[in-house]
Write a protein that binds this ligand. Sequence first.
Ligand code: 4NP
Length: 154
Amino acid sequence: MAIKVTFVCLGNICRSPMAEAVFQHLVSQADLEQQIEVDSCGTGSWHIGEEAHSGTQRVLRQHGIPYNHIARRLSQNDLFQAHYLIAMDQDNMEDILRSGSTQAEVGLLLDYAPELNMHEVPDPYYTNRFEEVYRLVEAGCIGLLAHIRKKEGI
Ligand code: 4NP
């Protein structure tokens, strides 16, 4: 059974779809597609059914990262099926933990990149700083993949 990694933000149009695409790209480059499944969702429902924000699509395109995701909301299935639920900020993390019980490792993406000395991915929906967010997301995803490979022995 594949290890399931689900990234979580508020709207599921800016940060978590970016993290999903970047992490999926790293997984593919490492030839781990059979072992690791990647997804994302949001804690809010405003953008269900939408494509990623144009800013997220732009930075992914600029960095040559394929993207394919439609926004959806965090569900009980996610809590049940995910092995890793990775939040972009503290509010997302609290919302995940409030939604129900889970066996998943629940963590903040940037805690997997301690060299950054940051804990939260700032929301580009309000700042429009998509490139800065890309750098943070990329560092977090690299650290997360190393953590998962070590923990899972893959
Ligand atoms: P995200 O950004 O959580 O990174 O997808 C947001 C997108 C939409 C809203 C807030 C944050 N919103 O309030 O609609």
